[in-house]
Design a binder for this molecule. Structure first.
Ligand SMILES: [Zn+2]
Length: 188
């Protein structure tokens, strides 16, 4: 960061504040400390008659790739509200009976993914602002080679695996990108 958002100073420095143990951006004029912490991404696996609601991205990154409706949580909302709002924004769809389904740490990009599972109301969906297309897909219809993010693939794999055994449970894990750009997944 270049400017202090508190006093406008352009002298932001990276330093370890007293009593802390890691470098922070600090304004030497007003002493404001700017903490950078992980962001929460919330989303939905919305089901309708055995199919899952998928969105084709009309925004970068991964323009044209398929994803589950999900996005950054806003201030003053809950994770569940964020998941439902993203589904509304990206697929013009209402969801109900949501329950927490997966929570994954993505430490290499400082994100935590919180995904819910629930019913797509009346099976209605249409492309929202960030989608060029939406579709209800069964396991065979999922474009496995055209998914936007590895974490979306992980969620869909868990989902169809649970569906086959007809036993849905909460999944908690970590996904890390390795130096060779492959991904390491640890499921707890
Ligand atoms: Zn300042």
């Amino acid at each position: 960061m270049k400017f202090c958002s508190s006093c406008g100073s352009a002298e932001i420095t990276l330093t370890i504040p007293e009593g802390d143990n890691r470098p922070r951006y600090v304004c030497p004029l007003c002493q404001e400390i700017f903490y950078h912490n992980p962001k929460i991404v919330a989303g939905c696996i919305a089901e309708w008659q055995g199919k899952v609601l998928m969105c084709k991205r009309e925004i970068e990154p991964r323009y044209g790739k398929w994803t589950l409706p999900a996005g950054f949580m806003e201030n003053h909302e809950t994770t569940l509200e964020a998941a439902a709002r993203e589904t509304q924004e990206e697929a013009t769809a209402q969801v109900e009976n949501l329950s927490l389904y997966t929570m994954y740490n993505l430490p290499h990009i400082n994100q935590v993914y919180v995904m819910f599972r629930g019913d797509l109301v009346e099976g209605h969906a249409s492309p929202g602002l960030e989608s060029s297309e939406v579709a209800l897909m069964d396991e065979q219809e999922i474009p496995w080679q055209e998914l936007a993010f590895p974490i979306i693939k992980e969620n869909l794999e868990l989902y169809f695996q649970d569906r086959r055994s007809n036993h849905f449970t909460l999944h908690y894990g970590d996904m890390r990108r390795l130096p060779n750009m492959s991904y390491e997944i640890e499921r707890y």
